[in-house]
Design a protein around this ligand. Structure first.
Ligand code: ADP
Length: 593
């Protein structure tokens, strides 16, 4: 929490000070009406005391009761108005302090998150990350708004009243304040036991979000496989874990507050007992420094009562603090996540010239299992390399390594002689147009999706690349053409249409290197040929790497690399490989294009 405040609170110190000072002044101005009420009763109505108001000299005060009465009315109204203004400032200060911090932390955490290694995202549930970015960040609001504000207010009240009690009667003050260390001890124990419980609550709410997120994404699958009741019970179980974690913290919490009240009550009774005896008998045990008057005793008891209330409020503040602390731990857990692909401080910018890509003895595994071993090949400008193999043989992985979504374990991958690990990630990915199997379209218009990443492209360029990707005609037939909303993940389009939009997006980017990973698998064969022909004829200066299911589409590739269980077993032109009668030959026949 200290880290949070030092990182984000300092830059918002102005808002904090406004809130803090306005809060203090508002409390003072709230005391004015009851005080003036007393003055009005004693000096104007009963006329027991001469009319006087602190901070105003008697000579400036009116002489006649009716004028005095109007002055009091005016001062009461003024104090209400002042108090309203101060409350506005207080709320502005605290709320802007809290909102600014939340906004900054949300943006920073997200920015850090998207720079993390893909391996991190393979391990983490998206719903859980969402839960941290939204729920946990929002949870800070309660603490930053109310909790933080109350800490200062209550500390000032307790300290102020304690000083006043000691000033009035030190001996009785000792009796009435003896409960404070006991309350401190209880609070310490509460804090210790509630901390892990709140951590569990935050953890289980993250899991619940993850489950709900997965299920809502898989809603069609659930319906098709009639697994509604199975999924309902899975959600019920996760929700029950959350319920239990919550209930566990609630039982601890609801025991704590009444016990604070009991301790405070004991303090009150002790003060009443000791003070009462003192007033009645003149002394009590060995404490009899001076007589205690009844009026004094009543004031003392009233003040003590005012002390009890903030003491019990402290428990509430500690509770809010602990909840926010559990959220802060989760947020900083993300910020401290160092699963980054290191970018060298002097990373160079890739400018592709010869477009020569060389894989040299590359080995790689996502975790311990080796997926690719000892892969070496070359491909240059104007050439195309197709990768063929059974599903799971490592084809996609091989191409993802060029984009440096993961780092290789051994060997090297170079582009124009630059090791990809020495290049800035931005420049590397700028030079590669990638269309994968898993097409992602954002909820937005067709145009926005094609333009994604090439935000300055003109309308003409967008239409040109759509035409090249055989998309223009079907787009024009959509209800609003390029302005048609594609729905979440492009749900309103067919698989083939989504793929063609993704190809248009890559063509619009117009990079020197293209990677097509089964990017036309859902497109019908004649359309696929048109697209590939276009790419071939218009991109004779590019380096193209592709994976295709239909081998007819890659038979003209400069070279074909056949992978089996992560190793290259054949390499050459389609013709050479067909002659060899190896795996490529078998695949060619079995796929029966
Ligand atoms: P292909 O493209 O040839 O079908 P992939 O490259 O997709 O094969 O996968 C190769 C192997 O790597 C498979 O055994 C797959 O289970 C594994 N794999 C793929 N992606 C990941 C990942 N993100 N984390 C762990 N293992 C993965």
């Amino acid at each position: 929490m200290l880290r949070l405040l030092s990182l984000y609170g300092v830059s918002n110190i102005r808002n904090f000070l406004v809130g803090f000072l306005a809060n203090l002044l508002a409390r003072l101005s709230d005391l004015v009406p009851p005080f003036l009420l007393g003055v009005a009763i004693d000096s104007i109505i009963l006329q027991d005391k001469p009319f006087s108001i602190p901070f105003l000299s008697n000579s400036t005060l009116p002489q006649y009761p009716i004028s005095q009465f109007w002055l009091v009315v005016f001062l009461i109204v003024s104090s209400f108005v002042l108090s309203a203004i101060l409350h506005w400032f207080r709320n502005w200060g605290w709320n802007s302090f809290s909102q600014n911090i939340q906004h900054a932390i949300r943006v920073d955490t997200y920015a850090h998150l998207q720079n993390l290694n893909m391996g991190f995202f393979d391990r983490k549930h998206k719903g859980e990350l969402m839960s941290i970015l939204s729920n946990d960040v929002n949870r800070l609001e309660i603490f930053l708004n109310d909790g933080f504000n109350s800490i200062f207010r209550l500390a000032a009240m307790v300290l102020g009243i304690a000083i006043l009690l000691f000033y009035m009667n030190p001996a009785l003050a000792v009796v009435s304040l003896f409960t404070i260390p006991i309350i401190a001890f209880f609070t310490y124990n509460f804090t210790k036991s509630i901390q892990p419980k709140y951590a569990r609550v935050r953890d289980s709410v993250g899991k619940l979000h993850s489950r709900l997120n997965q299920n809502l994404n898989a809603i069609q699958l659930i319906k098709l496989y009639n697994t509604e009741s199975y999924e309902s019970s899975r959600v019920e179980k996760t929700s029950l874990d959350y319920y239990n974690a919550n209930w566990d913290s609630i039982t601890t919490r609801i025991k704590f507050f009444p016990s604070l009240q009991v301790i405070s009550g004991i303090g009150f009774t002790m003060t009443f007992l000791v003070g009462g005896f003192w007033v009645i008998s003149g002394d009590i045990l060995w404490i009899s420094p001076r007589p205690l008057y009844a009026g004094e005793f009543v004031t003392f008891m009233l003040l003590h009562q005012q002390l009890v209330w903030p003491m019990t409020q402290f428990g509430q503040v500690i509770n809010i603090y602990q909840r926010a602390r559990a959220s802060t731990v989760r947020i900083f857990g993300l910020i401290d996540e160092t699963n980054l692909l290191p970018e060298k401080p002097n990373a160079s910018e890739l400018v592709v010239d010869s477009g020569k890509i060389i894989y040299q003895n590359v080995s790689f595994g996502y975790s311990r299992d080796k997926i690719l071993s000892d892969i070496s090949f070359k491909v240059g400008k104007g050439e195309s390399l197709a990768i063929v193999g059974h599903s799971g043989s490592g084809k996609s992985t091989l191409l993802r390594l060029l984009l440096r979504l993961y780092d290789i374990d051994h060997g090297s991958i170079t582009i124009d002689g630059n090791d990809v690990r020495d290049l800035s990630l931005k420049s590397l990915r700028d030079q590669i147009g990638y269309v994968g199997q898993d097409i992602f379209l954002f909820h937005g218009t067709v145009r926005e999706n094609i333009q994604y990443g090439s935000f300055t492209a003109t309308e003409e360029e967008i239409i040109q690349s759509s035409k090249a990707a055989e998309s223009h005609d079907f787009i024009m037939n959509l209800p609003s053409g390029y302005d048609t909303i594609v729905g979440e993940r492009g749900i309103k389009l067919s698989g083939g249409q989504r793929q063609r939009i993704a190809i248009a997006r890559a063509l619009l980017k117009d990079p020197p290197i293209f990677i097509f990973d089964e990017s036309t698998s859902d497109v019908d064969t004649p359309t696929e040929s048109l697209i590939l022909d276009f790419i071939k004829t218009h991109n004779s200066e590019k380096t193209i790497l592709s994976i295709a299911h239909r081998l007819s589409t890659i038979q003209d590739s400069t070279n074909i690399l056949v992978l089996q269980e992560g190793a290259i077993i054949e390499y050459g032109t389609s013709e050479e490989l067909l002659h060899k009668k190896g795996l490529y030959f078998d695949l060619w026949n079995s796929r029966n294009i």
